[in-house]
Design a protein around this ligand. Sequence first.
Ligand code: SF4
Ligand code: SF4
Length: 434
Amino acid sequence: MTDQPIQNCGKCGLCLSVCPVYQVLKQEQASPRARLQLIKAFEKNDLTASPLLKDLVSQCLMCGACKVACPSGINHYAKFMEMRRKMATAQPDPPVIRSLVYLLAKEYRLGMGVGLARFGQRLTPKFLADKYRIGNIPVRRFPKMNPIPFRRTVPGTIPAKGPRRGRVVYFVGCATQYLFDDTGQATVDILTCLGYEVVIPKGQTCCGIPMMFHGAGDRAALNMAANLHALADAVDTGSCDAVIVDCTTCGAALKDEYPALMDTLTRRPDPALSRRRDPSLSEKLDALPPGIHTRIAEKTRDILSFIHDHGQTLDMRPDLTSDKVIYHAPCHTRNSFNAAGTVTDLLTALPCFDYIPVPDSAACCGGGGTFFYEYPQIAAKMMAGKLTHARAAGARYWLTDCPVCRINLHGSLSDIDAMTVAHPVTLISKGLKQ
Ligand code: SF4
Ligand code: SF4
């Protein structure tokens, strides 16, 4: 069903039952249904931009659950994204968020920012790292930055191990690039063991989703153009069986948001996108091979579903002992890729896992990009039940395939919790024969 207008909302309330923010606050104004009405009033000029309106619009994880639940076919996600663009100019974000957007907009800036952060992590005394928090997370429990950005540690083309089955392109998100190189290495190891040549094109940068969430569609468009240029050759030259992502939020960018943003930029001009538009953007978009965003979108696969499809051929060590694991399903894995069931099937099938289902594995953890920082009290309430169930399960690993969830889950545990938070691929790769 194509996106339906807000007028089609029948006020049925189904979106309220799936909205993690509404479930915590239990206030109509915090519901997806109310957010739509606010947008409608704003578009009719019955409401003007204000800090309160901005807060009500921003108090949302962009999890997409409301869109999936809506029987009237309303694409809340797209409407919230557009509203965020409009609000960004009227009510700017706080300096910390603006700095983050500024860093993510250029790869060299991000690299320098990460370098400084790594230096800061080394120099910060333990008592300060214990005392200060980002949202609810003590600074000490933030992940250590990669010593070397991941893409610099691997060649641009990595040959298949054994008989060659095909060729895939790997889009490495900035979390793998700068924080979780274990995910990147494991992804490459598994894909090559499955018989795929892995191509990691140069010139990749942040997918742009964090910028889109904060209304900076103009900057996100530049990142989109850079990534489409970076991936284009590898996707169009020779065979390309899939564009692999290890993070479903990056995947949602390639699969859903790039085509939507291209459509907005080329067919339905949006004043909020052209206000601060970089003059070079049109040139960069014009230089792209026609339709490349669609070809990339169609080929985008999340790594766990891809492994699931090849499960029979995964060569695991016969002497494996399985680890007790629980799983937290990130919002984009559930709502953009509809893959949470596939992941739990994989965890059940592979011998390296002793998978223990927990009641709220599909409940949002409150990470939501920068939500955990902006709304720590709401995020803490979302996490509370998850922590209780996770601790009761007695698992060795708490697995998740989103880097922000990984930061949030790990940061919410305490030092006495004997549970490691990890991406499932890291355990799968340890269990491989070679
Ligand atoms: S995107 Fe998620 S958090 Fe935002 S309104 Fe919809 S269900 Fe609620
Ligand atoms: S689920 Fe859709 S139709 Fe029902 S209240 Fe929410 S937005 Fe309106």
